[in-house]
Design a protein around this ligand. Structure first.
Ligand code: GDG
Length: 530
């Protein structure tokens, strides 16, 4: 397998760089979009990467990643704009059009990348929201940068959004944007979706800026979470910390607006991924992968960003012990682990990489025989086609996060099945476990349990696997990315059109909401005007 960076060739979604030019302007200069848009996505990163060619020319190419994978189909069905960082620090790039989308680059200085992105987003919020798997750091200069950069995102979004546009803000890096944007543009309809878990209140309240972030999110009309539990945590905090009235999924905000908080489990473009996996080229590549690995009877596969939340060490440890104990014969079974490079300037990620290198090296070296090592560890990023071939080739997919908002890899594996074969071993701490009940569910902290389940999945009779996979496939194909986006955008529309009634308070007992407010009153969720 070749570890090429994916998509090196110019192809669809590639534009020449006479558009998207670097200009000599301050970072906070006013932005001039080429046109205004009625649908705007705001995310930390633009869905493109710049490619510099040997002849000195540069192009922009559609880039991979969880969020991009998730939103691409939605953006293409709308004529929209996308606001996000273009990936290079200390550089101002003019808005440009790519593949029918207006792209609005948000510049970040080198220090802001360190403080807003690597610092507050990935050193404070990411671990805090993932059950403090590693200790979050609370640094005031990181928070200051987070506020400043969120304001810049809000300013740029306000410049590109048309009157009354729908703006969909994405994820934990931009939680202050809804409120900042509402202050600038009360005419906008604002949705926010959090891709990672929203933590239990006991953990969340550690955050020194807990109230500011809750207020930031409440600037949206609709706040979406992966799971109902996240929405519940948020609603509880809004009551406890901000003393606002909530009833069922609704918050009655101080300015008289109704904000809805609800779960929208994200998914994948299942049909198009299945089509890719079904092609002759993918079939040939899948066969080639198995041949290169020595035609194992059972091919285990792991695919993750290299992140401490993903349970990579637990999984590799479990596989290594099964090999050492002779319960997995390395002549007959192999593990391929793809670990896509991620956040490499953050210390904990560098440490994790070293730990995995050591563990894989130890396991492979302990199998004292000449031939292929039992673990093929690939610290690289691959094209979509190669991912589809890997998924197609694998007999047992192992997804073991310690905490994960959803986990798209689990759904992608299911979508790539050609028949009701294969087995999915899935952590109960991935959001996906709520929907994929027929997976082999495991607790990744319980290495013995994980080992038992890996053996069970490996040896399960075809008929048992088929029954499970049939149900998994139905779930994934019936709840795809279009379903997710439609559900969110339809609800956003209902909230802003005033179709969602502030629920009447139940007569006695029951009722989720507590707190002050007008007893029994029914408010239409008025759209706030300036
Ligand atoms: C966050 C949340 C939530 C990985 N390596 C390659 C590659 N990938 C793709 C996978 C998948 C995506 O990246 C990873 O998505 P996940 O959902 O597994 O995880 P996060 O990156 O942590 O995403 C997560 C998600 O947002 C969406 O809301 O599910 O819980 O943490 O699509 O296939 N793609 C290619 N080459 C690689 O080497 N092309």
């Amino acid at each position: 397998m070749t570890g090429t960076a994916h998509g090196q060739d110019a192809g669809p979604g590639t534009v020449e760089a006479d558009e998207g030019q670097v200009v000599d302007q301050p970072l906070d200069a006013e932005v001039r979009p080429t046109r205004r848009a009625s649908f705007v996505v705001v995310a930390n990163r633009l869905p493109v990467d710049r490619v510099e060619h040997p002849d000195g020319t540069t192009t922009w190419r559609t880039s991979p990643g969880g969020l991009v994978t998730a939103l691409e189909p939605v953006m293409h069905s709308h004529h929209g704009a996308w606001v996000g960082w273009h990936g290079a620090p200390d550089e101002v790039v003019e808005p440009f059009e790519n593949d029918g989308l207006e792209l609005v680059p948000v510049p970040l200085s080198e220090a802001e990348v360190a403080d807003y992105y690597e610092g507050f987003s990935n050193g404070t919020l990411w671990p805090l929201y993932h059950d403090v798997v590693v200790p979050p750091e609370f640094r005031r200069e990181w928070w200051d940068a987070y506020v400043r950069v969120n304001q810049r995102f809000a300013d740029r979004t306000a410049a590109v959004a048309d009157e009354g546009a729908v703006v969909w803000v994405q994820d934990y890096q931009l939680q202050l944007v809804p409120q900042m944007l509402r202050e600038l543009r009360p005419d906008l309809n604002i949705g926010f979706f959090l891709h990672i878990p929203f933590p239990p209140t006991e953990l969340y309240v550690q955050l020194p800026w807990r109230d500011q972030i809750l207020r930031g999110l409440l600037g949206a009309d609709l706040v979406g979470f992966q799971l109902g539990g996240g929405a519940q945590n948020f609603l509880r905090l809004v009551r406890q910390r901000l003393h606002l009235e909530t009833r069922r999924e609704y918050v009655h905000d101080a300015d008289g607006r109704t904000v809805m908080a609800r779960a929208y489990p994200i998914s994948i473009a299942a049909a198009s991924l299945h089509e890719l996996a079904s092609s002759d080229a993918t079939a040939a590549r899948a066969a080639e992968i198995r041949a290169d690995l020595g035609e194992p009877k059972v091919l285990f596969l792991g695919v993750d960003r290299l992140d401490y939340t993903k349970g990579l060490l637990e999984r590799i440890q479990a596989f290594g012990e099964l090999v050492a104990e002779g319960r997995i014969d390395p002549e007959e079974a192999a593990l391929v682990q793809v670990a896509t490079p991620s956040r490499e300037r953050v210390e904990q990620y560098r440490n994790l990489r070293d730990d995995i290198d050591r563990l894989v090296g130890r396991i492979n070296s302990e199998v004292a025989r000449i031939g292929r090592p039992p673990i093929t560890y690939l610290h690289a990023s691959y094209p979509r086609e190669e991912m589809a071939a890997l998924y197609r080739a694998a007999d047992v997919m192992i997804v073991t996060p310690l905490r994960d908002g959803m986990n798209l890899v689990a759904k992608e594996y299911v979508a790539c099945r050609q028949a009701d074969d294969g087995a999915l071993v899935l952590s109960e701490f991935a959001g996906a476990a709520r929907e994929l009940r027929q997976a082999y569910l495991i607790n990744p902290h319980d290495i013995d349990g994980l080992k038992e389940t890996m053996v069970e999945a490996m040896n399960a009779p075809a008929r048992i696997k088929a029954r499970r996979m049939r149900l998994l496939r139905r779930q994934v194909f019936e709840h795809d990315i279009d379903h997710w986006a439609r559900a969110f955008l339809d609800d956003l529309d209902r909230v802003v059109q005033g179709k969602v009634e502030w629920p009447a308070r139940p007569a006695v007992g029951g009722g989720v909401g507590v707190g002050g407010g007008t007893e029994g009153a029914v408010h239409g969720p008025a759209r706030s005007q300036s």
